[in-house]
Structures are given as structure tokens and as C-alpha cells.
Design a protein around this ligand. Structure first.
Ligand code: PLP
Length: 392
């Protein structure tokens, strides 16, 4: 890496002043909870005092609050490399998984299998199993990551995978799995919670059918920010929402006794949008759109490379154990590794004002977000980690 690149990552994508964060802190846990954006507070006050406060029930209409799930969805679709009208902000990732799994099973009722891998995130596995409990004839087939391709066949209704392994940071090659699934008539459902907002996704060219993602990690939408669903355009009207709520209705304010689904992505909505949370999430998404997701990914990779270069000696000496074979093609926004006395190491770094994430029993995770982490921060972290590891 040349000095010019270093300058670019430090100066250009450095938006730290947009965030509320203790001075001098290096925050490397943005894949768990993104930091607070300073402008959110003003927008929430404005929403409360000037909109809700002044216009009361009329505020829904006056401020277009009911279309926020689609409007912010359209902004997120840019980060997904997807078309407008394909993404809706609603509910939590878990609930959205439940909705899309059920909907996908009903598209092809002679197929009875949900396929996923055994390193998937806990909630993804739990939700799939709960779908299996409701539909007694549905099997949830959970296989090792390396067996997914060979296990795919024409009995599988939906292939549900997390794009990035939340432990290791390993990213799946979406296009490869989508192509294989498509050739067998299997629908794909990707959980991009650990990649949206840090990787430049390309749903259109990689052929994603359905996806869900989280609002409070790299989107910086705040604790409990709403999640989103994505469904490719020509699949939307073939899906039925298993939770038929009034706001997924074609005409919610007619209050008819019969449920008629809205056309398009809107049918995946259930109840009333969470206005305050949507306002906060929009600040996070706008910040990313303004920075440019390609640049964010590029600079995140630079941080990653810097860190990995510093770690190399310790990997070779076996002090640090990566959980996968790190390649150019499977890099994401974070890396997870096993290390002896991981918890103590996490606390030693904390004492140096560096926040990493420790997961029981021996996992450390480091996330590389150039919006608020500079190469200088990262180099300093690498030096301190080097020192701590060599004393280990
Ligand atoms: C964080 C995360 C979730 C979060 O689920 P919620 O229901 O929104 O709490 C789901 N899946 C993955 C892969 C995640 O990383």
C-alpha cells in the first residue's frame, strides 16, 4: 500500500465529526452496534416538537410518515445494488426472516425443505426451526458451510444464508450460490445484517431473490433500529405475507373485512411504522449514501489489510487463530479470531481506549469502519495488539 492510499483513507472517508463518541476512542465494534450520529438528536426533537407536537393525528399525512418504510427502503436499495421499489423498512430481522421463509415455502408448495448452514447466526436458525414447527411437513436441513453446494437439489424450496459469518467475518460468494440455486428452481434468502453499509452489495447482478438486514449495525440506525426486507421485483406479487396486518393491505383505511394484499413490496408490511426509529435510521443511511458505499468498502479494505499485516506474525506463530482461510474474495467488514486469554486481551485494549468485541470463550472481533476509524487509529491499535500478543 502506497502513502497516497494511506492519505486518502485517513482524510477522505473520515467522518468522525458526524458521530457522538468519546474523544480519543477507537471504536472497532460497529458490527455489533453502530455509534450514535450527532444529527439524530435534532431530527428526533424536530419530529416530536414540530411535527407530532403541532399536527397530532394529522402529522401522519402531513409528514408522509406512512411512506417512510418505502422511502427509506429505496435509499437502502442503493446500498444493496438493487432496484427502487424492492426494499421496505419494517420489523426486526428475525420477524422478517419468518415472513419471507413462510412466503417462500408457499411459492413452491411441493418443495418442503429450508436449507441453511450450521454456522448461521442464532436467530436465523431459531426462526427457521420455528417455521419447521408450524409446518409439520417442512424440514429444516442444516449442513456445514462446505456442504451447501452439494446438498442443493430440487427438493429445496429456499436456501437461507447469512452473507457474512458473524464469527469469522468470512463472506459467501453470493453470485455463485444464487446461480446454482436458480438452476434448480430454489429461491435464495440472504441475511445481509453483517454486510449492508460496509460492503458494496450487488443484488441485481448477483441475482438475489430475497434478503433481510439489520438497521443498527453498519447502518448506524441506533439501538433497536428497524430492519428491512428486500424482494426482487418479479417475485413480489407471488409472495403472501404470513402475518396479514392492516398496513400490508391494498387499502388499509377502507377497513374492509377481507384482506387484500398491497401490490409490490408494501405487502410485507404488517403494522404501523415506528416513526422515531425510522427518522434515526434515515440519518444513518443518508450518511452512507453521502460517503458513497464503494468508497466505504474500499477504505474498509485498507483498514483490514493494515490490521492483517500487523497480525501476520502472530498468525504464523499460532498465537492468533483465524477461523477461515482469508482471501481477497471472502473479506467483509470485520475479522474474528481465536486467541488465548481473549477476555483479558479485550480488557487490556479497552484500557488503551480501544473497543473490540469479545465473545465467550475465546473470540475477538474487530470491525473496520472508515466512517469513524482512520488508518492512524488502526495502526495504533495494531501496534498495541502486537505488544500485548508478544507478551502473551
Ligand atoms: C444482528 C443480526 C440479526 C439481528 O436480528 P434482529 O431480529 O433484528 O435482532 C439477525 N441476523 C444476523 C445475521 C445478524 O447479524
Amino acid at each position: 500500500m502506497g502513502n497516497e492510499d494511506m492519505y486518502r483513507a485517513t482524510e477522505k472517508a473520515y467522518r468522525r465529526e458526524k458521530f457522538v463518541m468519546p474523544k480519543g476512542l477507537t471504536y472497532l465494534a460497529g458490527n455489533s452496534l453502530g455509534p450514535a450520529i450527532a444529527s439524530i438528536a435534532d431530527r428526533l426533537v424536530h419530529t416530536s416538537n414540530d411535527q407530532w407536537g403541532q399536527h397530532l393525528a394529522g402529522a401522519w399525512k402531513k409528514n408522509g410518515w406512512l411512506s417512510a418504510p418505502e422511502n427509506i427502503g429505496d435509499k437502502i436499495s442503493v446500498l444493496l445494488g438493487a432496484d427502487q421499489g424492492t426494499t421496505l423498512v419494517c420489523d426486526s430481522t428475525s420477524i422478517n426472516l419468518f415472513k419471507l421463509l413462510n412466503a417462500a415455502l408457499a411459492v413452491n408448495p411441493q418443495r418442503k425443505v429450508i436449507l441453511t448452514d450450521n454456522s448461521n447466526f442464532s436467530t436465523d436458525l431459531y426462526v427457521a426451526k420455528s417455521v419447521g414447527l408450524i409446518h409439520h411437513d417442512v424440514e429444516v436441513r442444516i449442513v456445514p458451510r462446505s456442504s451447501i453446494v452439494d446438498t442443493l437439489d430440487r427438493s429445496i424450496a429456499v436456501l437461507m444464508l447469512s452473507h457474512v459469518d458473524y464469527r469469522s467475518g468470512q463472506a459467501y460468494d453470493m453470485a455463485l450460490f444464487n446461480e446454482k440455486a436458480r438452476s434448480l428452481g430454489t429461491l435464495t434468502l440472504w441475511d445481509v445484517s453483517h454486510s449492508v453499509g460496509i460492503m458494496a452489495l450487488d443484488f441485481n447482478s448477483s441475482g438475489v431473490d430475497m434478503a433481510v438486514g439489520c438497521g443498527y449495525k453498519y447502518l448506524n440506525g441506533g439501538p433497536g433500529a428497524p430492519a428491512f426486507v428486500y424482494v426482487k421485483t418479479d417475485l413480489q406479487n407471488r409472495l403472501s405475507n404470513p402475518i396479514q396486518g392492516w398496513l400490508g393491505h391494498a387499502a388499509p383505511f377502507v377497513f374492509s373485512d377481507d384482506y387484500v394484499p398491497a401490490s409490490g413490496i408494501k405487502r410485507l408490511q404488517v403494522g404501523t411504522p415506528t416513526t422515531f426509529s425510522l427518522v434515526a435510521l434515515e440519518e444513518g443511511v443518508d450518511l452512507l449514501l453521502e460517503a458513497g458505499i464503494q468508497l466505504v468498502e474500499h477504505d474498509s479494505r485498507e483498514l483490514f489489510d493494515t490490521f492483517m499485516a500487523a497480525l501476520e506474525l502472530h498468525v504464523r506463530k499460532g498465537r492468533v487463530n483465524l477461523l477461515h482461510d482469508v482471501q481477497r474474495s471472502n473479506v467483509s467488514g470485520h475479522i474474528g479470531f481465536k486467541v488465548k486469554d481473549a477476555e483479558a486481551l479485550h480488557h487490556s485494549l479497552m484500557a488503551e481506549n480501544i473497543v473490540t468485541e469479545y465473545r465467550y470463550p475465546d473470540l475477538l472481533r474487530i470491525a473496520f469502519n472508515p466512517l469513524y476509524t482512520s488508518l492512524d487509529d488502526l495502526q495504533q491499535t495494531a501496534e498495541i495488539l502486537n505488544y500485548l500478543l508478544s507478551r502473551h
